[in-house]
Design a protein around this ligand. Structure first.
Ligand SMILES: [Zn+2]
Length: 322
């Protein structure tokens, strides 16, 4: 690792007396921070917030996972998927027998020294026989037993967990009503947006989100129509444990097909344990990872900003009238 300094930056603007707060977070999945960072930058400079700053506060958290952002990885420095890390600590010791059976079929006992081609063949066969949806559910929902596997949610509180905890405490002290927009890329059709609700299903906050953004637009992970599996411990779920009313949503912008995204993540996970592999192979894996999470197509960028702008205006209206 280069000994580079890494930062998560937190900025607050607006009326400090207001108890209403809009939060926009980026880079909880490090490499997805390119899109999130660009959106935050545009949001702060385009004048969209200006008419609202007398009546609300805006909190911008840039690069929740600075290691992943810097090293073009979705996970943090300990291979932890931070969007699976916000679970009660007793979750660390609970076994997930379905996941254990799945990993026994697809993943090696030891990643170090394993053959990527063999893993990809098994992954493909599993998807062909059981279905891509079943693969997505088992692989991506989050697991707490295998630190070298993808979608590992940790067995301890990572640095970014403590940071987000401190930010949540600060929000609780200063706010009563909160809308949290957490920006992601990688799931869904190219350039399209899925609004993923991160709070409790069938809650008053879900009804609020649906009334602001549209009933069909807001998806509950794992429900019909959602591209996201039911995942454990997303960042947005943490703030609901504090004494604030919060509407937490993930804004997921589509890039490449789901199977390409999952393949790239598994390959990148393999690479971490096999850094001594062929240099061309390593470069190819990093290119694939970048291709599924970082989109530089100007048409995509325009569409993503158009969608975000529409959604942030709906959130601001909802927040001020709450
Ligand atoms: Zn993400």
């Amino acid at each position: 690792m280069e000994q580079e300094p890494l930062y998560c930056d937190v900025g607050r603007i607006g009326n400090p007396q207001s108890r209403r707060c809009l939060i926009v977070t980026s880079g909880v999945h490090g490499i997805e921070g390119f899109c999130g960072s660009a959106i935050q930058d545009e949001l702060l400079t385009c004048g969209l917030l200006q008419p609202h700053l007398d009546s609300i506060q805006v909190l911008v958290v840039h690069a929740v996972n600075p290691f992943g952002f810097s090293h073009l990885r979705r996970v943090n420095e300990d291979n932890v998927d931070l969007n699976r890390a916000f679970v009660p600590s007793d979750r660390y010791t609970q076994r997930d027998l379905e996941y254990e059976a799945f990993r026994a079929e697809v993943f090696p006992c030891r990643w170090q020294g394993s053959q990527l081609q063999k893993i990809m063949r098994k992954l493909h066969r599993f998807s062909e026989t059981k279905g891509l949806g079943v693969l997505q559910d088992l692989l991506t929902r989050g697991q707490y037993q295998y630190s070298d596997d993808p979608f590992f949610g940790g067995q301890d509180r990572p640095w970014s967990w403590s940071l987000w905890q401190r930010i949540c405490e600060d929000i609780e002290a200063q706010s009563d009503y909160v809308v949290h927009l957490d920006i992601h890329t990688g799931l869904g059709d190219y350039g399209s947006l899925e609004i993923i609700f991160a709070g409790q299903p069938e809650s008053a906050e879900l009804s609020l989100a649906q009334s602001w953004f549209g009933t069909k637009a807001v998806r509950v992970p794992g429900s019909s129509g959602s591209r996201s599996a039911r995942v454990s411990g997303p960042l947005g779920s943490h703030l609901i444990q504090f004494d604030v009313q919060v509407v937490p949503v993930g804004l997921e912008f589509g890039t490449q097909p789901l199977d390409a995204m999952l393949n790239a993540l598994v390959a990148d996970n393999w690479l971490t344990s096999n850094l001594d592999c062929d240099k061309d192979q390593a470069a190819h894996i990093k290119q694939e990872v970048e291709a599924v999470f970082v989109c530089r197509d100007p048409n995509w960028t325009v569409e993503v900003w158009r969608e975000f702008k529409a959604r942030v205006l709906q959130a601001l209206e909802g927040l001020t009238q709450w």
